[in-house]
Design a protein around this ligand. Sequence first.
Ligand code: IFM
Length: 516
Amino acid sequence: ILAAYQDPEPRVRQEVDALRKMWYARFDHLQVHTPDPAFDTMVNTWNAYNCFITFVWSRAASLIYCGLRNGYGYRDTVQDIQGILHLEPEMACEKIRFMLSAQVDNGGGLPLVKFTHNPGHEDTPDDPSYVKETGHPAYRADDALWLFPTVYKYVAETGNLAFLQEVIPFANRGSATVYEHLKRAVQFSLDHLGPHGLPAGLYADWNDCLRLGANGESSFVAMQFYYALSILRQFAAKLGRAEDAAWLDGLLAEYRGKIQTLCWDGDRYIRGFTEAGERIGAAADPEANLWLNPQSWSVISGLAGREQAEAAMEQVYTRLNTPYGAVLMDPPYHAHAFDGALAVIYNPGTKENAGIFSQTQGWLILAEALRGCGERAYTYFAENAPAAQNDRAEVRHLEPYCYGQFTEGPASKHFGRSQVHWLTGTASTVMVGCVEGILGLRPDLDGLRLAPAIPREWTGFTMDKDFRGCRLHIRVENPDHRESGFTSLTVNGQAMPDAYIPAALLTPETDICLVL
Ligand code: IFM
């Protein structure tokens, strides 16, 4: 190596050029030009770069965040894939295969996928050897459920329905098609229900600090489960699995009813039930009586009705939001934590004890955008975006181009200080919030829906996007200062009845104009 670099010119220059070309080629798959330079620089370059870094390294390489972990966290890695899917779908697909091969044949995900992962031959949380080596004694409730949106986004981005029929090994033994892997993930949740019939919280759900156990239940997982069912239902229809479709319709109706009856508390969704059967996150609780994730996920999962969504998201805005983003819950735990509320070990306002998680902020952006509330979606983006905080760098402390895991909330004396940069779940959820949410690029199995949700002051913006082998040149016009909506859409000059572009109409260079 030393010999090769003995004479830095021209070798070093050539390599820097090649590196630059490689990155710009990746970023070029989506470039947007909006009236906000901070938004553009994040989506076009820095958030994208952050996404690739977390995609490659997960949480494994950081000296700050669990640098000694001996593998990939299941939920984190499956979520990270979503951040690069719109830029490098085939690179994403390789990782999806890998993560499917880390799913146990009972449908659960391995909490930690070892760096030495050997599909078909792995031990599992049921084996003492796995527990000893990884330190993970049990399954988590959410791990395999992250596969649904990730696989869906890949298939929708590429149109590659055949992927669902690809055979992939399980972690411990046997193999099955991708579609069957997903069915097993549904079965895993059905096999781990709590006393009310909602998915049990097990060792953790997304929140590492909520240990709800086999008899406690998580509304967040219940919503993920509901969302998973609706995605599998779409796949079943495409693959002509009539029996599965009927089974899934039944489950969707059953779980919609259960979640609405058990988890809606007048103006918010509760966070779940403890092992003792007490509600978590109900309005009358002295602490942690309002939680962010069940509100945003009630919208993302498609579960909340319009009025419920409005009430729940209004609670988020008035009770949880701050100039630096929305806290995870409020008030923080201090004197009333139940046994599984591990967050109480953190100072109020930090980490899972009412810190502002940038990752959950991404879901908030997406939820508001899905409701067509562009002003709110953009507000949630701006208050947390690194590039929009250069006037408070001395408070934020992190690099101005990279997301942190969390920002300290109002209960902390360091309110506004961000922590744990680079390897966090944030990059991908904010990317999805911006691309699918604010920019409204929403591929589905048959084409692309265009549903931007933007600040009213934007009079328009443009995007160049690669999609299923074609280059889309998209112009969005907003002459009436709306935050979302549809007046007209043309595809290569042809008027469309709504804001939907069927894949069959795409040409190598497709000109699209949407008027809000
Ligand atoms: O979801 C987790 C993640 O897996 C690791 N960091 C913290 C998040 C919230 O607890």
